[in-house]
Design a protein around this ligand. Structure first.
Ligand SMILES: Nc1ncnc2c1ncn2[C@@H]1O[C@H](COP(=O)(O)OP(=O)(O)OP(=O)(O)O)[C@@H](O)[C@H]1O
Length: 432
């Protein structure tokens, strides 16, 4: 008998845990999910090395992630390797063994029309692609089409097969109504041209549709309202504004309405410090990082417990000419940088602002609960993703901010049972 021993990345993939809920989800698939599941599994079981590329197209909440988890659990249960990836780290953590597409495929950072991924034919990573049965790429619409084409080119090369993606079963998914590829200072035309739908590969991709909103299942009227907005058929007012039905809107009666909004979403906040399930189930979603800061400041002041002000470094070591003034350093607070004064209390929710260890669930956007804090260390519990419940320690510099309120971008793909929306300005204003 021949015993094959796998090491490194292959062994790592083979030892990914299969969560029970993922196995149970196979029995719970709705009609559209089941059609997609059967179509994909049929392609896997009868892989003829041609045209095995799928795109699961579904508006938010239609159960794309739920479907990927059922597919991965089925494959892994059979001892096969399914590679789970997503365009963003935070979404990758929703899939067991998930990792960003950039890390898994070694995609080039400055991708060009003829780019290849950095995968050496003889190395472990190439072997991993050879033995993998299927590849999932969630949030594919967020990626530049050249990344997709680079992966296609690389897999054909590594696998010595001229079929699409080297004949591998490829399952992409996402929603073109959500965030599209980022082109720094790019025009609308450049952004549209970068979409995967504009790639010459698109014509060969089989699109599978999910339509039933599983997130708002108990509120079909709201689900239809969201669909009409996404499909641009809801009547608009001036500046493409949509009228929110009065039964789900709080009237603006001045600044005190912000407090009303907070009381709605965080009832009896003081009784719920340290309460992970209470915190993970609620958030205020708003536009810019400045709006987030404003709301978080109000809420943390009302949160019980001793306040700790954690300060960033306010001196540049080695700056003998004093070029970087303290006032300037303290004013740096762009989106990905924590504020100079980080006001924290034990038991409050935080959000990580950097990808520290995506495999462990510590990604840009992971929500955490503050268990303990010291001048140079934070003791936290992971609240979201497949690593929820785990404990982690963050050393200075603390890449976190409070997460009572979060931006729309950071809320994408999450299921938060209780949310209130704070829209002080037009959603598509600058700085979003
Ligand atoms: N067949 C199902 N049975 C029960 N619950 C489901 C089913 N499908 C999805 N759900 C639940 O509906 C919610 C939304 O599903 P999911 O996160 O998979 O949607 P999504 O399409 O990935 O959303 P997004 O685009 O926002 O990431 C989740 O809470 C999920 O557990």
């Amino acid at each position: 008998m021949k015993i094959i021993q796998f090491q490194g990345v292959i062994q790592e993939e083979l030892s990914v845990q299969i969560p029970n809920e993922d196995i149970e989800s196979i029995q719970m698939l709705n009609h559209d999910q089941m059609v997609a599941f059967n179509t994909i599994m049929h392609a896997i079981d009868h892989n003829h090395k041609h045209s095995q590329v799928f795109f699961v197209d579904g508006p938010d909440g239609t159960g794309k992630t739920f479907l990927y988890r059922a597919l991965m659990a089925t494959l892994r249960n059979r001892g096969k390797i399914g590679l789970a990836t997503a365009s963003s780290g935070i979404t990758a953590t929703l899939l067991s063994g998930g990792i960003t597409a950039h890390s898994r495929f070694n995609l080039p950072y400055d991708v060009q029309p003829n780019s290849f991924c950095d995968i050496k034919k003889q190395k472990d990573l190439a072997k991993l692609f050879r033995v993998a049965t299927a590849i999932i790429w969630d949030e594919a619409p967020m990626t530049n089409k050249y990344c997709l084409e680079a992966l296609d080119r690389s897999l054909r090369d590594i696998l010595d097969c001229d079929a699409l993606f080297g004949g591998k079963v490829m399952i992409m998914g996402g929603d073109f109504r959500q965030v599209l590829p980022l082109i720094q200072k790019g025009s609308k035309a450049q952004l549209i041209s970068a979409c995967i739908i504009r790639s010459n590969l698109w014509a060969n991709i089989k699109v599978l549709h999910l339509v039933q909103n599983m997130r708002s299942m108990n509120d079909p009227e709201f689900a239809q309202f969201l669909m009409r907005i996404g499909d641009s058929v809801e009547p608009t007012k001036l500046n493409a504004m949509v009228r929110i039905p009065h039964q789900i809107a709080l009237p603006w009666e001045g600044e005190q309405s912000i407090q009303t909004l907070i009381d709605h979403i965080f009832p009896q906040l003081n009784l719920h410090g340290w309460d992970a399930s209470y915190m993970v189930e609620r958030a205020i979603i708003t536009l810019t990082n400045d709006d987030v800061q404003k709301l978080n400041d109000i809420i943390i002041n009302q949160f019980s417990g001793e306040e700790h002000n954690l300060l960033s470094f306010d001196e540049v070591e080695g700056d003998t000419h004093n070029l970087y003034q303290r006032e300037f350093l303290n004013s740096i607070a762009q989106g990905s940088i924590p504020p100079h004064i980080l006001k924290v209390k034990k038991g409050a929710p935080l959000m990580l602002l950097r990808n520290i260890d995506p495999r462990y669930g510590l990604c840009n956007g992971t929500r955490l609960l503050c268990r303990g804090l010291f001048k140079n260390m934070l003791d936290v519990k992971i609240l979201t993703g497949s690593n929820a419940g785990k404990r982690a320690f963050l050393r200075k510099q603390f890449s976190v901010k409070l997460s009572f309120a979060i931006t729309i971008n950071k809320s994408q793909g999450r299921t938060i049972p209780n949310v209130r929306i704070y829209l002080p300005r037009h959603v598509f204003s600058h700085g979003q």
